[in-house]
Ligand binder design. Structure first.
Ligand code: GRF
Length: 255
């Protein structure tokens, strides 16, 4: 199984996945690691493991709000379609792009430009699965639709630091801790158009004990993540994941 990893931070999950590939615990190979910022420590980990890596400077691209940007939207961007899939306006008005502000339009166009650069860097490595490991950017329908087709097994996985559907967003362990939960956890799921809302592949839970600090919770959580993520990717590698339709939503289950 050919993997591409995207990350923004220290890359301890990427490390766990690369280690599992090397030890043979995971029947896969990390072909390429990409980051949205130069300062991502995970890039050094990739370099140390001899894995190709690249950066797409999201900040610089998104901050460029000039109409005549040096980062033009990709020619195949259908902005109305992307806005519709992100529920920014009702379906029957999908073609009326004018009903979202210029600012939003520019943000979406710039983000698609960044995503085009991601795709151009990733696709030559022919990844079977895109693995998000602490990638702090939302991938828009523009990117998702170019990686996976509706109805097929998704090709983008994410790890989230909470027991979804509780606590989506950027601070899962913090939100779990502040809520006073007695159990924390992490979730590996496929990526869809929503925020941390795609079909769940696997979860791991751990106790939160009286006297624990947020740092304790994060440490315990990360230790679970390092085991959970490679094991979920291994299920994918073995072809053991199938999508199952549930009444309200889709779930991914083991075969
Ligand atoms: C992890 O807690 C992951 O769940 C979240 O971001 C963190 C990334 O950590 N999405 P690392 O960069 O893998 O060390």
């Amino acid at each position: 199984l050919a993997l591409a990893i995207l990350l923004s931070g220290g890359g301890s999950n990427a490390q766990a996945i690369m280690d599992a590939c090397r030890s043979g615990a995971l029947d896969a190979k990390v072909r390429i690691v990409g980051a949205d910022r130069l300062s991502a420590g995970g890039l050094d980990r990739a370099a140390a493991m001899g894995v190709d890596h690249f950066v797409v400077d999201y900040k610089g691209i998104l901050q460029d709000t000039e109409a005549s940007s040096v980062y033009p939207p990709p020619p195949d961007l259908d902005l109305g379609d992307v806005l519709k899939k992100q529920h920014l306006f009702p379906e029957d008005r999908a073609s009326e792009e004018g009903c979202v502000s210029e600012k939003v339009r520019h943000f979406f166009m710039r983000r698609a430009a960044a995503e085009r650069m991601l795709l151009d860097a990733l696709l030559p490595f022919e990844p079977d699965l895109i693995v998000l490991a602490g990638f702090m950017r939302t991938l828009s329908p523009y990117f998702i639709d170019r990686m996976q087709q509706p109805g097929e097994l998704p090709k983008i996985m994410n790890i989230h630091p909470a027991l979804l559907p509780a606590f989506p967003g950027t601070d899962g362990y913090g939100d779990t801790f502040r809520h006073g939960c007695r159990v924390g956890g992490c979730t590996v799921h496929f990526v869809d158009y929503g925020e941390d809302s795609g079909p769940i592949v696997g979860q791991a839970a751990f106790p939160i004990l009286p006297g624990d600090s947020l740092e304790d919770v994060k440490r315990r959580g990360l230790e679970e993540e390092w085991k959970l993520y490679p094991s979920c990717i291994q299920l994918y590698a073995e072809g053991r994941l199938v999508l199952e339709n549930r009444p309200q939503r889709s779930g991914a289950v083991r075969r």
